[in-house]
Design a protein around this ligand. Structure first.
Ligand SMILES: Cc1cc2nc3c(=O)[nH]c(=O)nc-3n(C[C@H](O)[C@H](O)[C@H](O)COP(=O)(O)OP(=O)(O)OC[C@H]3O[C@@H](n4cnc5c(N)ncnc54)[C@H](O)[C@@H]3O)c2cc1C
Length: 423
């Protein structure tokens, strides 16, 4: 009997736990999910929480009862330190847990500390965690009573740009609904070399499309932007040229700001030789397996992927939902092969389908595979994207509660995007 531990109970971890349980259901293996949070959070809905379109509770699912129904043990503990040479994890309460196979799905550590004044402990809001989004919503209520300039964007070394655009458009829609848009000059700032780069060198017509939406909605932008520091009500930004030299120094006033930070790996794995890269992301081969520790797999935002290209201000590659699902499928198949005494042979497709909500409309991006050169690449705009995003939320929350995907909902979503299948 093997002991399979999944570390992290987010989009990647919960799916992985259910899929590995289903795959090994006739076998007597132990499946254990460890998470520092008692609840699953549907992270893509956080921007809605931040403007009170969703309550935090509506996007949370308690893990223990649903996992128990599928005979998955749940340990509510943070991992403090991983000891891969001993196949063990030290937990925050000082206990140790051993494993035969480990799948790391811990998502990112949010690197607010790399910029003075950035983040919820400083002067900007965040939508990366549901608790941050809940705080952002409280501050939003105060902001709309006394509106002023707003800055939205993504910091240097950020890899997750979609939610920054998404949040800017959602906030803009809400300000229009409240008829106070005219009181809020908005600026989008980003480390991307151009609008619509998205850490991916663009997806289809994303540059023209997103520039068009920003113009239509009167949102100014600064790209190639590096945030030097944030003080109360003022953001200091250096705009660089294509060679990385200083083009212009900006001192931007703001009453409200939401900035996506750079990501790192979690503390429990930092500096483990052969397991992680210098930023603490888990190194995996084409089978989602660590090349040094062969019983360790990783999926989701916690894995190391090299940036697509050198950009004047550093940017990373986003790891998005469908891409993560393909990592999970490959991981599950590969662990099953190893349990059967075989070598892993499955690889993830890394196809990306992203729905960026714009409040009352949206843009869908399809990149297959996510990293160029691609077989399929396009971006399309329409009200249907907003509807699809709501369906996407429903699909995931159902999956966390039942352990099952909804093939009808999935087919509907793909049909809306004109995709027959994800290969
Ligand atoms: C605001 C936002 C919006 C996004 N929107 C979209 C979208 O619309 N579409 C899309 O495709 N992608 C989107 N993404 C990208 C991606 O799908 C999400 O980031 C997704 O949540 C990643 O899943 P994950 O499981 O890798 O990480 P997470 O969802 O962050 O889960 C990590 C889990 O690990 C746990 N954990 C962390 N540290 C420890 C520890 N030390 N010990 C134990 N447990 C730990 C956490 O509590 C959490 O449960 C978005 C990302 C963000 C930040």
């Amino acid at each position: 009997m093997a002991k399979i531990i999944i570390l992290g109970g987010g989009i990647a971890g919960v799916s992985l736990a259910y899929e590995i349980r289903a795959k090994t259901k006739t076998m007597d293996h132990q499946v254990i999910l460890i998470s520092d949070s008692e609840t699953f959070h549907f992270v893509p809905s956080n921007p809605w929480v931040a403007v009170n379109w969703r309550s935090p509770e509506s996007i949370k699912v308690p893990l223990a009862p649903y996992l128990a129904k599928k005979k998955i043990a749940f340990v509510h503990q943070a991992a403090k330190r991983l000891n891969p040479a001993e196949n063990s994890i030290e937990l925050a309460d000082g206990t140790e847990i051993t494993y035969d196979f480990l799948a790391i799905t811990t998502g990112p550590k949010l690197a607010f500390d790399e910029i003075t004044g950035l983040g919820p402990d400083g002067f900007t809001q965040s939508v990366c965690h549901v608790d941050h989004a809940a705080d952002a919503a409280n501050n939003w209520d105060q902001f709309v009573e006394d509106p002023g300039p707003m800055i939205v964007g993504a910091a240097q070394s950020a890899s997750c740009f979609g939610p920054a655009y998404e949040y800017a458009f959602i906030a803009e829609t809400e300000l229009r609904k409240r008829k106070i848009r005219h009181k809020v000059p908005m600026t989008y700032i980003s480390s991307e070399p151009y609008i619509g780069h998205l850490g991916l060198g663009g997806v289809g017509n994303s540059k023209a499309m997103l520039e068009g939406v920003l113009r239509d909605r009167h949102i100014n932008w600064i790209t190639n932007a590096k945030i030097d520091k944030v003080e109360e009500g003022t953001m200091f930004v250096t705009e660089v040229d294509q060679q990385g030299g200083v083009k212009k120094k900006h001192k931007l006033p703001f009453s409200y700001s939401m900035i996506l930070p750079a990501f790192k790996g979690i503390d429990a794995v930092q500096n483990i030789d052969g397991l992680v890269n210098p930023r603490g992301f888990i190194i995996v081969d084409e089978h989602q397996r660590n090349p040094k520790y062969h019983n360790i797999f990783a999926a989701g935002v916690c894995i190391a992927i090299s940036p697509l290209e050198v950009t004047p201000v550093p940017t990373g590659i986003p790891k998005t939902g469908y891409m993560i699902e393909s990592m999970i499928s490959a991981t599950v198949e590969n662990i099953a092969q190893m349990l059967a005494g075989q070598e892993p042979s499955h690889t993830a497709t890394w196809n990306a389908i992203c729905l960026a909500d714009m409040g009352d409309s949206g843009i869908a991006f399809v990149a297959m595979p996510q990293i160029p050169p691609r077989n399929v690449t396009w971006a399309r705009q329409g009200k249907w994207v907003h509807t699809a995003k709501v369906m996407f939320e429903k699909y995931h929350l159902r999956k966390v509660k039942t352990g099952k995907t909804d093939p009808i909902l999935e087919r509907q979503l793909l049909k809306m995007m004109g995709i027959n299948k994800l290969e």
